[in-house]
Design a protein around this ligand. Sequence first.
Ligand code: UD1
Length: 419
Amino acid sequence: MDKILIRGGIPLQGTVEISGAKNATLPTLAAALLTDEPLRLTHVPHLRDVTTMLELLGQHGANITVDEQLGVEIACTQISNTLAPYDLVRTMRASVLVMGPLVARCGDARISLPGGCAIGSRPVNLHLAGLEAMGAEVQLTSGYIHAKAKRLHGARIVLDLVTVTGTENLMMAATLADGRTILENAACEPEVTDLALCLNSMGACIRGAGTSTIVIDGVERLHGTRHDILPDRIETATFLMAAAMTRGDITLTNTSPTLLESPIAKLRQTGVIIEEQANSLRIYPKPDSRLRAVNIKTCPYPGFPTDLQAQMMALVSVAEGSGAITETIFENRFMHVSELQRLGADISLQGNTALVRGVPKLHGAPVMATDLRASASLVLAGLAAEGETLISRVYHIDRGYERIEEKLMALGANIQRLS
Ligand code: UD1
């Protein structure tokens, strides 16, 4: 199993290109199931989760062509089966995103229940309640969700909680439903807006994406289109934090500062300088000053993203002062705490809050990645630490960060993958 070895303490320098967003790519790939014409996507990141989604689409009968420029064409001329098997769903919860499109197009979907994962129980009850409100009959048998409907109809759906993939699943299902669907308390994440942009260019009629009320007027059919995936805001902020923690000076290209207002504001509070251009960002340290600790509370967009909580905890670990980091989205997203402690971080947990007292230096040690973003936090800590950090189970990081060690190496980091 691959490991990553980091010899820390080197300030990052240079320019890094940000990849397309994983969390926009996955639902947009699932949207290909809604039409019998080809969907062509560009800036598709080369990630394990993307490969898993392509494998799943292949099982449904999709014809997939991948070119060398990170372009993918998916043609679902015919859907040969509507089963999303346990083997694929258990490796990636976002597989559940095929449910809405399959029910809308074929009237039938059999999706393995995702089950628990490292960051909590993560149920899909809101996806199911929404489909039921649109007329689907939903049964749970032998670990599978079976949803069927002759044709879905429009409905007013008030989501109990803000759910990103729930909003995306229901928005996709509603594009082919009979009549108007109104999603209240919808997720406002930029990846939802990007999906709506793609669906509208396929002929859907969606208004309000990016706000908490999305109105979808169902149409008879969708057609193929071309769509460019938006930049990955989580990857962008992870690199910003890597630079901040190593007192580096880096420029990030092919990204969009407007996707990151809350993380950028927080980073500025830590004392770094961030310059924004339309499609790029530069970060560098103030002379002679150490990072300052900040408090963080994760919230749905536009609040501070839960997908950056672990990385920010690594940053506060080496800052001056103390910071309280409160996780409000997932119940068990602190698996990285004990690993950061192995590197010398001073963190105590009280319920859903981690109290982090900054230390002047972390020290390299062997650590284990437990989930995708936790593994990113360990890479950041390793880059800032003195000595060698050996991270095992790095397959987690390959789910969501494209060529992370290559990108960091190009910025001067001493990092290598050991197979
Ligand atoms: C998506 C992102 C993930 C991010 C998360 C929160 C993708 C592929 N993944 O995950 O990276 O961390 O948003 O920003 O886009 N919930 C329910 N019932 C449901 C659905 C959700 O109770 O039916 C709860 C969850 O347990 C969680 C909260 O709602 O506590 C938010 O989860 P949700 O937004 O659905 O996360 P995902 O869409 O799975």
